[in-house]
Ligand binder design. Structure first.
Ligand SMILES: Cc1ncc(COP(=O)(O)O)c(C=O)c1O
Length: 406
């Protein structure tokens, strides 16, 4: 008789976005303001594809339609033309070579799959709050215990991101093996400063640990002196794998293209991690479509860079506007400088869902309750800057008198 993977039964949180939808539908059903909501909750993009990307995409599709330029299966690790561009433009001063870069169809899938390379006894750590995919993938693989009463999985170390540590936890004194760092972090919108990343690299070397860096928002890091990649930190190539995506920087959430850097320097138990990942990809993945990789390549042309740069600047302008209005209204707001998210503290006495309901009912603003990203997100909500200036201005014009939030 077929037996299911019972670790799946331990999963939590599938109800979270459904619950947001349920509350919105309930509110719309009860109120006369149907259709006039300000949705600052979404992490997806609203802008269409940049023109240079679209031209490359269409051109590559046409190539596929001609016998002489048709391409079938590509290399599992991605075409060299794209890997070379990434190495040259994204890692110019970090000596990452094209053969350490693996093109894929999403940072989420790569991060979720990467745990397959490791034994089940490794000690795992995640930021709290953070993007939920890393935890869930490890739960499905049976690498955690059950969901405990305190709202956490047994067997995972949660690294609390708090106001006190500026949402950048430092390494603990206990030994850990696999450490997921979302940098910049979704949902807090805060990226790790150089000294904090140096401490993590030093920790990983001392304990023989591996850092798994989710750099999905790395192109949003624009602050002075802020590292855009872990490989700016000396020694990081021996202890860190970095996952990046074109999703948020260039509108690829629907097209799907990302990359993972597995440095040649990483050897575990005498084996090359890069070789293991290559082997895994050759067996379980047949590469990303050629036109999609050509479209990604176009992002590194002068026009592509200008177009994506302008988009990122405009999204960050939106998050700054959100942040400033929240602060001037007497609320506490964090992040938003190096990431497209603003992390807002609920007024005294309110939990994440209370504040979500309050904003929905009083101002018709949709946010995301921080508690959906882990226990450490309780008491906060997340606003997204991806939603376009009109929505942001409309929503922020509603957030006004300090008295509302007391
Ligand atoms: C932190 C983080 N990592 C990864 C992803 C997903 O990236 P991709 O679209 O490349 O799968 C997201 C999407 O919201 C994200 O917020």
């Amino acid at each position: 008789m077929v037996k299911l993977n019972s670790h799946f039964f331990k999963l939590r949180g599938g109800y979270f976005f459904a619950e947001i939808e349920r509350r919105i539908a309930l509110f719309q059903g009860q109120s006369s303001s149907r259709g006039s909501l300000f949705n600052l909750g979404i992490g997806d993009l609203v802008e269409p594809l940049p023109p240079s990307l679209l031209t490359a995409l269409v051109g590559a599709c046409e190539e596929m339609g001609r016998r002489e330029s048709f391409r079938g299966y590509g290399p599992a690790e991605g075409y060299l033309f794209l890997r070379e561009k990434i190495a040259a433009h994204e890692y110019a001063n970090c000596s990452v070579s094209p053969d350490e870069i693996f093109i894929s169809d999403g940072a989420q899938s790569d991060m979720a799959h990467f745990q397959e390379l490791f034994d089940g006894t490794n000690r795992i750590a995640v930021l709290d709050p953070t993007y939920p995919a890393y935890v869930d993938a490890n739960v499905m693989a049976g690498r955690t215990g059950n969901w405990g009463k305190e709202g956490k999985y047994e067997g995972i170390t949660y690294l609390a991101c708090t106001e006190e540590n500026q949402f950048q936890p430092t390494p603990p004194s206990c030994p850990l093996d696999l450490i997921y760092l979302c940098c910049p972090n979704n949902p807090t919108g805060v990226s790790f400063e150089r000294a904090k990343l140096e401490a993590w690299v030093e920790y990983a070397k001392r304990h023989g640990a591996l850092l798994l860096i989710d750099g999905a928002y790395s192109s949003f890091v624009t602050g002075d002196g802020m590292p855009r990649t872990i490989y700016e930190i000396p020694g990081a190539k021996e202890v860190a794998v970095e996952f990046r995506t074109f999703s948020k920087s260039a509108g690829f959430t629907g097209l799907r293209c990302s990359y993972t850097v597995v440095p040649k320097e990483i050897f575990l138990e005498g084996r090359s991690l890069r070789e293991l990942w290559k082997r895994r990809q050759e067996t379980k993945f047949n590469g990303v479509a050629y036109p999609i990789q050509r479209a990604a390549e176009a992002l590194f042309s002068p026009a592509g860079k200008q177009e994506t740069g302008a988009r990122i600047a405009s999204y960050l302008q939106g998050t700054r506007c959100i942040r400033e209005r929240l602060l001037s209204s007497g609320l506490s707001a964090f992040g938003g400088f190096d990431a497209p998210y603003v992390w807002c503290k609920a007024p005294e006495g309110m939990g994440s869902w209370d504040f979500f309901d309050f904003l929905l009912q009083k101002h018709q603003i949709i946010s995301v309750p921080g508690s959906g990203f882990g226990k450490g997100g309780e008491g906060f909500i997340r606003f997204s800057g991806f939603v376009g200036p009109a929505t942001i201005e409309g929503a922020m014009s509603k957030i006004n008198a300090t008295a509302c939030y007391r």
